[in-house]
Design a protein around this ligand. Structure first.
Ligand code: ZN
Ligand code: ZN
Length: 347
């Protein structure tokens, strides 16, 4: 099978399309024929060598996977060949306490898909049953790869970490990116009033059509000042921060009393210094959130079925054009995710 292998991470990562054997499945493993696989910022950080811990040598990247079950191991009884599926980001055991509590993404015996174990930038991938959710047949598989990461990830941050209530005000930073575009939609679907922060004037209309009540452009004005003016000085109840250190202090200043700042992404890996009084006198909470369990993915599926949200695909590309996807992603002018399609034969 065709697979994209990371040969050498670094500032100019070396990847190669290789012909690898199709994985054999045993036990509780499932062989998935990959329909689509999203290119996540996590993949980019592994390619660049920024994330190194636990990365398998010559790994096949990609954890945002949708596809069709091709074959199942003898211990699998809830999936069969032909089922449409989507993955969470972790190849999970299904037997530990965390798996039992719906925290499959934090499985004690888990491996990051496309990180510690081979992922979806290949024609086939082998995953344990606990990493997969069966999809309703009417869902479009080319965009269903985004149901776990980023959609389930955001849904978890909204429902279980930030605990957003209907009518609350929610700020989304990096709103044009993969996590951000889905944060805008899912926050709106939760009943929140949504303030979207972006660098790009060109994304304003798109963000409004995704559900942003107000779009704030970074750079033009100090966005916390604008946000406070728009909220009669009260600020937002929850900030879904997909940018991290570059905007951290500005994002913190947007928080209302009892505000919750949920950190979902960190684009630069810089240290941050802050005035702790900003947290104390707001009675604020600063929370980290990463990953999604199967319950979070299923929650995203329900909202897509109800047509309240949709996966935002920047562009579909064959696996062979990964370099173009990587380069285009780096310049940041797109909305949503680049998605690679290993099994498509393009004319
Ligand atoms: Zn991802
Ligand atoms: Zn487990």
């Amino acid at each position: 099978m065709k697979a994209l292998v990371l040969q050498r991470p670094g500032p100019r990562p070396q990847l190669a399309l290789k012909d690898l054997p199709v994985p054999q499945v045993s036990g509780d493993q499932i062989l998935v024929r990959v329909e689509a696989c999203g290119l996540c910022y996590h993949d980019v950080l592994v390619m660049r060598g920024v994330l190194r811990r636990g990365v398998k040598d010559n790994v096949v990247l990609g954890h945002e996977i949708s596809g069709i079950v091709e074959a199942v191991g003898p211990e699998v009884d809830d999936f069969r060949a032909g089922d449409p599926v989507a993955s969470i980001q972790t190849d999970a055991c299904g037997r530990c306490n965390r798996c039992a509590y719906g925290l499959e993404h934090r499985c004690v015996d888990g491996h990051g898909i496309g990180h510690g174990t081979d992922g979806g930038f290949a024609e086939y991938v082998s995953l344990r049953a606990t990493s997969l959710v069966k999809l309703p047949p009417e869902l479009d598989l080319t965009s269903a790869c985004l149901l776990g990461c980023p959609m389930g990830v955001v849904q978890r941050a909204i429902r279980k970490v930030g605990k957003v209530l209907p009518g609350e005000k929610v700020l989304v930073t990096g709103a044009g990116g993969g996590l951000g575009a889905h944060s805008v939609q899912l926050a709106k679907a939760s009943g929140a009033v949504v303030y979207a922060v972006t660098r790009s004037y060109s994304k304003v209309e798109d963000l409004e059509s995704l559900g942003a009540d107000q779009v704030l452009c970074v750079g033009e004005l100090d966005f916390p000042e604008v946000l406070l003016a728009l909220t009669e000085d009260s600020g937002v109840d929850v900030a879904l921060d997909t940018v991290g250190s570059p905007l951290f202090n500005s994002t913190l200043r947007c928080l209302a009393q009892y505000g919750r700042l949920v950190l979902l992404g960190e684009v630069q890996g810089e240290d941050v210094s802050m005035a702790l009084a900003e947290i104390i006198f707001r009675d604020a909470s600063i929370l980290g959130s990463s990953g999604a369990g199967r319950d979070d993915l299923r929650s995203a599926v329900e909202l897509v079925q109800q047509k309240r949200v949709h996966p935002v695909v920047a562009q579909l590309m064959p696996l062979e054009r990964w370099q173009e996807a990587y380069d285009t992603m780096a310049n940041g002018n797109h909305m949503g995710r680049f998605v690679l399609t290993p099994n498509w034969n393009y004319p």
